[in-house]
Design a protein around this ligand. Structure first.
Ligand code: AKG
Ligand code: FE2
Length: 321
């Protein structure tokens, strides 16, 4: 056994199967999730029910995509898509203002909506068709299967979050209905021997939306800033578990009781690193407002109500400005 197996993970582990257990189990889940959200806003989730074979295929297809010749990736460049779907080249995003561009390439997938869908006709934010790689026959089916599975998993995690906040488990059902979700494939080449000052795989940032479910390969690199000590913790991959983190919307719901947490990636593994974040942002029309259980008597909400769509548009505007 190597040393890393003996070191407990830096972040708490949440067993999601407790959601289907006894009342005691559900209380245990609620309390451990509450602690995880208050302490880090970042945690591992195991017993999540997602098929390991599907996860294997997602990584295979992701690798195959990034291995395509540049010319084939260019044909499906994200800049050709009104819904922000497709390929984002290396250094295409700068998540940490003032730092060099991120040393990663990416690929964005969302719900497949054709031009006749009312949401597309109305020009709603990020809604539309995907751009699929023509030369990878298994890619679309694999990613669509994973996308659907993670929408369901997200809804379960939202139920658990509701319990952790003293709410009915169905509280977020309206939020979870017809959600706006983004599946993002990422590839981080090894950092160059002499990186630019401040150069990272992914600059320090918080995620915009509701929750993020992050699938990691076996390479380290993800670092999470401890909100209480300011230290950067290494979030090592744990086989069979996802990393889940709270996005910026959570502060609006909870009046800053739960917060999103800064994180970044520095791929010093010396090898290629692949990860697959899934951003669950919920129903675009859902109104995000201070939760009844998060407003003590005499307190005022720190944020005015907004909608999911308005919140996301504002966050995108700031990052890609
Ligand atoms: O690759 C990772 O481990 C993290 C990616 C991430 O934070 C993001 O895409 O928002
Ligand atoms: Fe992130």
């Amino acid at each position: 056994m190597t040393q890393s197996h003996l070191t407990p993970p830096a972040l708490p582990m949440i067993d999601l199967s407790l959601l289907d257990g006894s009342e005691n189990d559900r209380q245990q889940l609620a309390r451990s999730l509450e602690q995880a959200c208050l302490r880090h806003g970042f945690f591992y989730v195991c017993e999540h029910g997602i098929d390991g074979e599907l996860i294997k295929r997602v990584f295979e297809q992701s690798r195959a995509l990034f291995d395509l010749p540049d010319a084939q990736k260019e044909v499906i460049n994200k800049s050709r898509s009104p819904a922000n779907r497709g390929y984002e080249p290396l250094k295409g995003q700068t998540l940490e203002p003032g730092s060099p561009p991120d040393l990663k390439e990416g690929f964005y997938i969302g719900e497949e909506l054709d031009a006749s869908d009312p949401r597309v006709q109305a020009g709603r934010f990020n809604q539309g068709a995907n751009q699929w790689p023509a030369t990878l026959p298994e890619f679309r089916r694999t990613m669509t299967g994973y996308f659907d599975a993670l929408n369901e998993l997200s809804a379960r995690i939202m139920s658990a979050l509701a319990l952790s906040l003293g709410l009915d488990e169905a509280f977020f059902d309206d939020f979870c209905h017809q959600p706006l979700s983004t599946l993002r494939l990422l590839h981080y080449p090894p950092q160059p021997a002499r990186p630019e000052p401040g150069e990272k795989g992914c600059g320090a940032h918080t995620d915009f939306g509701g929750i993020t479910i992050l699938l990691l390969d076996d390479k380290p690199g993800l670092q999470v800033r401890d909100p209480h000590t300011g230290q950067w913790l290494d979030a090592e991959p744990v086989a069979g578990a996802f990393v889940v983190n709270l996005g910026d919307m959570i502060a609006r719901w909870t009046n800053d009781r739960y917060r999103s947490t800064l994180h970044r990636v520095v791929n010093t593994s010396g090898e290629e690193r692949y990860s697959v974040p899934f951003f669950f942002s919920g129903n675009p029309d859902h109104e995000v407002r201070c939760l009844p259980t998060c407003l003590a008597a005499g307190d005022q909400p720190h944020y005015p109500p907004t909608t999911v769509e308005a919140h996301l548009m504002e966050m995108y505007r700031r990052t890609y400005a």
